[in-house]
Design a protein around this ligand. Structure first.
Ligand code: DGY
Length: 432
């Protein structure tokens, strides 16, 4: 398939997943709006239909909570065959909640970067007006993140559930999830294995722990202070903080183009950069690693998120070189399979090539890391990841993730961000 046909197929998929108010992340598996999915969708769409890209972000931010939190799932049209249903979360009627049924968790603020990229793409009157409209909401979200999720002002925020990272069952959560001990989840029935084979989805024990955490938090009325004080899962996630640091820089840039003050945002950014370098780098392992705030431990698993320090622009030259030499290019670790970038190192005992975030290649991971590699002075490695992403979608279609051994499709079919990010890679190859 040539580039033109690939772009046409990507756009057709996005139109097929358009439900009117927003674009759903996948044909069957994810019928509602997800937070970082909306951002990746808008990033791709900005090249071909800026109004649709704007609609996506506006729809997401309409679900913002009064506290400033922007939820990770928004049920614009009520329940569907997806579980958890809106009722399961028990978020409605909370004084700090939102007007649209939603989950009680958040996700990495990619939407801020999407707004910045939209502004770069069209800074005419409409583009400025759109950024002006969303800016106060983005600012409120960042302020919530930097206070509710970092009340001590350390510069790094913590997540309270693996779903907040977007990488639900990544092996780096095994320690923090084991720390929950015996769990007692509310009654639930999984529906995530209807459209996707069981061995490509989270294992039962992980899922029970996800539900247990939701059960606790809904019992605490989703109160931010209680979550911070009592959440048994409280982790400073490398991926979330990398995206936030980049988003803080983008928010400051939006503010400056709108002639708005940005000292507060600049302070978040510089504090975040400093803390990321000082606290998350592990010299012995040569990688940036999460910190479990409850146990003080770092994860044993070796996963792709270390490379997102390049996307955030926080790794120094020596750290970048170590990550690239000892990991990215090392056969048997992140190199050596037919397609990159595996989301878990090949030699890590937790690597499973077809199970969700335990090893498969994801287009957004390739995209984030490719952008970071280019910015850090590794253009050939960046281009390799970008061309793998394009080749995977040419061979196996726009699926949720791919088996790194042979590029075969895994997860949900008809997956929107795979299509949207292909549009971005085709239209803006120098961006990555
Ligand atoms: C799911 O249901 O698997 C989603 O990833 C939750 O965000």
């Amino acid at each position: 398939m040539n580039d033109r046909d690939l772009a046409a197929a990507a756009l057709a998929l996005l139109h097929g997943n358009d439900v009117g108010a927003f674009i759903k992340p996948a044909r069957l598996q994810y019928p509602h709006q997800w937070n970082w999915d909306a951002a990746f969708i808008a990033i791709g769409l900005r090249h071909v239909d800026v109004n649709l890209a704007r609609r996506e972000l506006s729809a997401l931010l309409r679900a913002q909570w009064r506290s400033g939190m922007v939820p990770h799932i928004v049920y614009h049209a009520g329940p569907s065959d997806y579980f958890p249903t809106p009722d399961f979360w028990r978020t409605s009627g909370r004084p700090h909640g939102g007007a649209i049924p939603s989950s009680g968790l958040t996700q990495p603020p990619m939407a801020t970067t999407a707004v910045r990229l939209l502004l770069d793409a069209s800074d005419d009157d409409d583009g400025i007006a759109f950024a002006r409209e969303l800016f106060p909401q983005l600012l409120a979200w960042h302020r919530w993140l930097h206070t509710a999720r970092d009340p001590d002002g350390t510069g790094l925020v913590a997540i309270v559930h693996p779903w907040e990272s977007g990488t639900d069952n990544a092996p780096r959560w095994r320690g923090p999830l084991a720390g929950l001990g015996e769990v007692d989840p509310p009654a639930y029935a999984r529906r995530d294995q209807r459209h996707v084979p069981e061995d490509e989805r989270p294992v039962a024990d992980d899922y029970a722990r996800f539900m247990h955490l939701i059960g606790l938090y809904r019992g605490w009325q989703w109160d931010d202070a209680t979550l911070w004080a009592r959440a048994p899962f409280l982790v400073v996630d490398v991926l979330f903080n990398a995206i936030l640091i980049r988003a803080d820089a983008d928010l400051a840039e939006i503010a400056s183009r709108l002639d708005q003050p940005h000292d507060e945002i600049d302070a978040w950014h510089s504090r975040g950069v400093r803390a990321f370098r000082e606290r998350l780098w592990d010299e012995e392992r040569g990688a940036f690693l999460d910190i479990d705030l409850r146990s003080g431990k770092r994860p044993a698993a070796d996963t792709w998120v270390t490379f997102t320090a390049l996307y955030a622009g926080v790794a120094d030259a020596r750290q970048a070189e170590r990550m690239v030499d000892e990991r990215l290019r090392a056969p048997g670790r992140y190199a050596g399979m037919r397609f990159g970038l595996p989301t878990v190192a090949l030699d890590d005992p937790s690597f499973e090539p077809r199970r969700y975030w335990c090893g498969p290649v994801w287009i957004n991971a390739n995209w984030l890391v490719a952008r970071g590699l280019r910015a850090a002075g590794y253009p050939e490695d960046a281009s390799r990841l970008a061309s793998h992403a394009l080749e995977l979608t040419r061979r196996a279609g726009f699926t949720e993730y791919y088996d790194p051994r042979d590029g075969s499709a895994c997860g949900a079919q008809g997956f929107s961000w795979s299509a949207a990010l292909v549009l971005d890679l085709l239209h803006d190859p120098d961006g990555v």
